[in-house]
Write a protein that binds this ligand. Structure first.
Ligand SMILES: Nc1ncnc2c1ncn2[C@@H]1O[C@H](COP(=O)(O)OP(=O)(O)O)[C@@H](O)[C@H]1O
Ligand SMILES: [Mg+2]
Length: 318
C-alpha cells in the first residue's frame, strides 16, 4: 500500500436538522502522518470525522479526497481509500469475530472479483496485529468491551485503506491495550505510509503519538500544529476549561499535561505553593481535613442535611 491519498475540507458547515455544529471549518490532513484531534465533549470531533468520511453531508463546503469532491466519488471507491472506525459501531446480531473482520473486505469484492487469498491474508493479518485471532469463532456480543474494540480495529485494518479515521479507538481498553493499539497505528503509519486520523481524550497520549495535533472547540479548530506548539497551558485552559501544568514527558520528551484540580490525596504541605488552587478550604462535621473549596457554606449545609436525613450523624453547628 504505497499510494498516498490526500484528504482536506474547505468551508464546512455541518448541522443536524437546524442545529449547526460546525460553521465554517477548513482543514488539511497531512498525508502519511498521524493526526490527532482533541477537544471537550460535544465540541464536534465525531461530527467532523463523519463528515470527512462522507457519512454526513455538509450543508456547505466540500471534502476533497485525492483532490476530488468526495460527494462525486462512488461509495465503493471511497471505501477502498478511506476507512472510518466510528465511536460506537454496531454489529449485526450473532456475527462472529472472523465474519465481522471479513466485512472490512466487502468494498473490494465484486461480481468479477470473488473472495481471494489476498482477502484471507488481510483478515488474518489484521486479526493477528490486534491480537484477536484466538477469538475468531466467538460471537461479538459475548466479548468484553475491550476485546470488541480490538475486533473493530481489526475490521478497519482489514479494509487496507490508505487513510484510516478512528474515533476514540482506545475507549474501553486497559492501559496496556491502549498503548498496543497506538503503537500498532504508528507501525502501520511507518510501514505503509498510511494517513491516520484519530480522536483521543488522553492529551498525553495525543502529544506522544501525533505528528499533527488539532484542538477543537465549539465546532471550530482553535489551533493546530506540532504537539509542543499546540498543547500549552493557555490552550488547555481555553479548550478544556482546565488549569494544568505542562512538563516534559520523562519518556518521550513531548508535553505532559498535569491537571491542577482542587484536591490531591497527599497532605497539602506536599504541594508546591505555586500550584495551590486559589480557593478556600474548610472542614465539615464528620469529614475532618476534607477541603470543599469556595462553595464551603453551601456544601457543608447540603452534606449536613443529607447526613441528618440518613440518620448518620447529627450536624453540630449548621
Ligand atoms: N445524530 C445526531 N443528531 C443530533 N445531534 C447530534 C447527533 N450527533 C451529535 N449531535 C450533537 O452534535 C454536537 C457535537 O457532537 P459530536 O460531534 O458527537 O461531539 P464530540 O465527538 O466532540 O463529543 C453535540 O451537541 C451532540 O449532541
Ligand atoms: Mg465523539
Amino acid at each position: 500500500m504505497s499510494e498516498e491519498h490526500t484528504l482536506s475540507a474547505t468551508g464546512l458547515k455541518v448541522a443536524y436538522d437546524q442545529r449547526e455544529i460546525i460553521q465554517n471549518l477548513s482543514v488539511e490532513i497531512p498525508a502519511g502522518k498521524i493526526t490527532v484531534i482533541v477537544g471537550a465533549n460535544a465540541c464536534g470531533k465525531s461530527t467532523l470525522l463523519r463528515t470527512l468520511a462522507r457519512l454526513l453531508k455538509a450543508k456547505a463546503g466540500t471534502v476533497h479526497l485525492d483532490g476530488k469532491d468526495i460527494q462525486q466519488i462512488p461509495t465503493r471507491e471511497v471505501a477502498t481509500k478511506l476507512g472510518l472506525l466510528p465511536q460506537s459501531p454496531s454489529a449485526p446480531e450473532g456475527i462472529t469475530v472472523a465474519d465481522l473482520v471479513g466485512r472490512g473486505r466487502y468494498p473490494r469484492q465484486s461480481w468479477v472479483r470473488q473472495w481471494s487469498r489476498a482477502d484471507d491474508e488481510a483478515v488474518a493479518g489484521a486479526m493477528l496485529s490486534t491480537n484477536v485471532l484466538d477469538l475468531a469463532d466467538r460471537p461479538i456480543d459475548e466479548l468484553s468491551g475491550g476485546q470488541r474494540q480490538r475486533v473493530w480495529i481489526a475490521m478497519a485494518l482489514a479494509q487496507e485503506t490508505g487513510i484510516l479515521l478512528l474515533d476514540e479507538p482506545t475507549t474501553f481498553l486497559d492501559l496496556t491495550h491502549q498503548f498496543e493499539v497506538l503503537d500498532l497505528l504508528v507501525d502501520l503509519n511507518r510501514r505503509d505510509g498510511r494517513t491516520i486520523v484519530l480522536v483521543l481524550h488522553d492529551l498525553n497520549q495525543a502529544c506522544r503519538y501525533a505528528d499533527h495535533l488539532i484542538a477543537m472547540k465549539k465546532g471550530d479548530i482553535v489551533v493546530e500544529g506540532r504537539p509542543a506548539e499546540v498543547i500549552t497551558e493557555a490552550v488547555v485552559e481555553d479548550v478544556f476549561n482546565l488549569a494544568v501544568r505542562i512538563v516534559p514527558d520523562p519518556v518521550a520528551g513531548t508535553p505532559m499535561v498535569v491537571p491542577i484540580g482542587r484536591h490531591t490525596s497527599s497532605v497539602d504541605s506536599h504541594r508546591p505553593d505555586d500550584i495551590r488552587p486559589a480557593v478556600a478550604t474548610g472542614t465539615l462535621p464528620g469529614a475532618s481535613g476534607v477541603g470543599v473549596g469556595g462553595q464551603n457554606g453551601v456544601a457543608a449545609s447540603a452534606l449536613a442535611a443529607s447526613a441528618l436525613a440518613n440518620g448518620i450523624c447529627r450536624p453540630q453547628d449548621t
